[in-house]
Ligand binder design. Structure first.
Ligand code: THU
Length: 127
């Protein structure tokens, strides 16, 4: 999978974010092991706690399309370099990790940085 393409789509969808309260827009684009792409952006609410992160929005779209394994996810915010997933999203991603885990891709100074979900979330919860 071309991680530049994942990041490109994460950037595109970040423009659709609904973030009137924080003004912090985020886009995420994930891929499945067989190369299907799904993206999502954050959307906020007047009742702040109802906010949905970009990553979880992308995961929900993948699930709704019948996919349950994720091999990589790119995350982009125009507001911040190296925009990493929050703790809750790390655990949500963990649930759907592929056999090879999940590569988490951010951008720093216009260059891609690749982390493994294992390093970002050691000891994820598994029933
Ligand atoms: N946000 C995400 O969409 N993903 C993250 O990983 C971090 C935070 C959103 C939630 C909220 O709309 C805004 O960014 C500020 O927290």
């Amino acid at each position: 999978m071309d991680y530049n393409e994942l990041m490109k789509q994460a950037k595109e969808v970040s423009e659709k974010a609904y973030a009137p309260y924080s003004k912090f827009k985020v886009g995420a684009c994930l891929c499945t092991p067989d190369g299907k792409l799904f993206s999502g952006c954050n959307f906020e609410n007047s009742s702040f706690g109802l906010t949905i992160c970009a990553e979880r929005n992308a995961v929900g779209t993948a699930i709704a399309n019948g996919e349950q394994k994720i091999s990589a996810i790119a995350i982009f915010s125009p507001n911040m370099d190296n925009c990493l997933p929050c703790g809750a999203c790390r655990q949500v991603l963990y649930e759907f990790r592929s056999q090879n885990g999940i590569d988490v891709i951010t951008e720093i100074n216009n260059e891609l940085k690749v982390y493994s979900l294992d390093e970002l979330l050691p000891g994820g919860f598994d029933l």
